[in-house]
Design a protein around this ligand. Sequence first.
Ligand SMILES: [Zn+2]
Length: 318
Amino acid sequence: MRGSERRKVTSCQLLGLAAFVSMASVSCRPDAQSQSRSPTAHATVEVSYEQVPAQARAAFQFATDAWSSILVSDVPIKIRVSFTPLLTRGLCVPNAVRDFDGASEANTWYPSSLADAIANRDLQPGEYDMEIFFSTSTNWYFGNDGRPAKGKSDFVFIAMHEICHGLGFASLLKVSGGFGSYGRNVFDSAPQVSFQIPDLGGMPSIFDRFVENQSGNRLVDAFPSPSVRLGMELSRSRLFFGGANAIHRNSKRRPRLHSRDPSHLDRQFYEPDPINGMMTPGPGHVSAIHDPGSIVKGVLEDLGWRIKEERRDAEPGL
Ligand SMILES: [Zn+2]
């Protein structure tokens, strides 16, 4: 495709910790593969599991079924899942594309699953759209009733959270040493994935295009990168997601993002919220949530996803 460049981004989403661990080598040969498409599904999710316990596979299938019933895409979303030593419970490394035919923004990284949905074809045949790692040391609850015992982490909840990062709920904005920046490699090291970690070229993610400060200024438009001014905005300002759909679904208010960590919704505002708490940092301190909620759905719409609409603006004949 002329003028296109297919690159991959390590928009690694850690659950509340900006830390990273070097990953143990994992086999590139999946030991099982499954395909999820429920009768009401609007998207297909294909999963390759590597050394994943059967209980975890069933729980992950539950998570992908939930997402496939929400998203609308004719191009399968391909995910590889592994268990490995991690400092956090889960980690998603999305594959990414920029400047493809149909992209709403130039010089902007899109998760490849979204780019495929927009382009209506697989832009990266043979490659995964995201790789998700789960910690081998977490005390997981693999049930799907959302009722983990005290001290256990709800696997379905964390799986849905990580998949959401892979769908594009992922910022490349960061602050380090007082400097704010975007489009620079997020971590010094990365897990071993099936695609190379590229130089991000100083370009933002599609998510970043909507991140605003209190005054309504879009950070990637208003502040140079890297800069102390951007660092101050990221660390001292209230951050918001300024997409029209997210605002509409949030009772006409801009959803608040987590300060210093705009890949998540603000913990103070949304963690107690059983509707919108899924994408707060370090989820799991509240009851397990198995629905992304109205704000997240609006964010995904703003990024370019088509969402299966079950309630809004009833259409004639439905
Ligand atoms: Zn996260």
